[in-house]
Write a protein that binds this ligand. Structure first.
Ligand code: NAD
Length: 295
């Protein structure tokens, strides 16, 4: 069994980012990312903190905007409008989920699609569906695809089953993997909470992706021997033996599935590492596109 770890693949992405970054700097451009956080959710705060640190490590311009949990829709739209107009900002990421009283779709719609480095604006989802390379694909699915490419796993003509149909992960990954670009050309099936005979379906997969949000949901019975398994899930479970009293696990029962599959991503240390890397790559590309320096 081969372990597909996120860190070395994220490093490849960062090395490419630095190369593009140097070219941009030489031409007088500095990529800038703005991250907007509403409320005080600790997990969101941690994600935003790591995004900011990575920007600083790469030498990018980074802005963190923190708003209180009772921010109104209009106030949040005003923040986005300002960032849309800010020449120093190439990428805008609004950390999700937002507090319940805010309409996430309206917030995403407000972002200039050219700065939507999270790839969730309908223009970018449309470009993804059209195989148009000028759009931005959502970071987590792009990260999954990049892991397959860098691990030398053929996707063309392969049967891929994705469990989970969220726009953030499952549905966007389906578009990427059935697309005609590198890491695509697969025959994709998307399963979800209403799918019948799930194990029967997932056992057909050459590549099985779990994006469900239920700890250890995918067991040995769901996996064809020799399949490749990508675990997108990040779930915190109680563990009295752990220092914090809890630990992170994926949607896949790693120990059981590792016995039968050909390759698998761990949690933590797998797909999660790729999400920030692809965000940085999208932001640098947004800057290249604006500067007219994109390949
Ligand atoms: P979501 O709740 O939006 O979607 C979950 C999907 O799972 C739904 O489409 C639902 O139909 C499906 N599902 C639920 N129960 C099911 C069942 N019994 N059988 C089959 N399908 C079922 O979640 P999401 O935002 O797509 O995230 C999924 C997981 O990925 C979560 O654990 C989340 O924390 C993780 N995640 C990780 C990253 C990362 O960077 N690695 C990024 C985003 C999300």
């Amino acid at each position: 069994m081969k372990l597909i770890e996120g860190k070395p693949i994220a490093e490849i992405v960062y090395a490419e980012c630095l190369q593009s970054f140097e070219k941009l700097k030489a031409a007088g451009h500095l990529p800038g990312l703005a991250v907007v956080l509403v409320g005080e959710d600790p997990a969101s705060q941690a994600y935003v903190g790591s995004k900011e640190r990575k920007c600083q490590e790469l030498g990018m311009h980074s802005v963190k905007i923190e708003k209180p949990a009772d921010t109104t829709q209009e106030e949040l739209h005003a923040v986005i409008d300002e960032l849309n107009a800010d020449e120093a900002i190439h990428g805008i990421l609004v950390q999700l989920p937002l507090p319940d009283h805010l309409d996430e779709d309206q917030v995403i719609l407000r972002i200039d699609p050219a700065k939507d480095v999270d790839g969730l604006h309908p223009v970018n989802i449309g470009k993804l569906a059209m195989d148009d390379p000028t759009g931005f694909a959502p970071c987590t699915p792009s990260g999954c695809q990049r892991m397959l490419i860098e691990s030398g796993i053929e996707t063309s003509g392969k049967d891929v089953v994705i469990v989970g149909r969220s726009l953030l992960v499952g549905k966007s990954l389906a578009l990427l993997m059935m697309g005609k670009r590198k890491g695509g050309n697969a025959t994709v099936t998307v399963a979800h909470s209403r799918t019948k005979n799930l194990a029967e379906l997932t056992r057909r997969a050459d590549i099985l992706v779990a994006a469900i949000g239920i700890p250890h949901f995918i067991g040995k019975e769901h996996v064809k021997p020799g399949a490749v398994v990508i675990d997108v899930g990040i779930n915190r479970i109680d563990d009295p033996t752990a220092k914090k009293g809890s630990r992170l696990v994926g949607d896949v029962d790693f120990d059981a599935v590792a016995e039968t599959c050909e390759a698998i991503t761990p949690v933590p240390g797998g797909v999660g590492r790729m999400t920030i890397a692809m965000l940085m790559a999208n932001t640098i590309r947004a800057c290249e596109l604006r500067a007219g320096l994109a390949d």
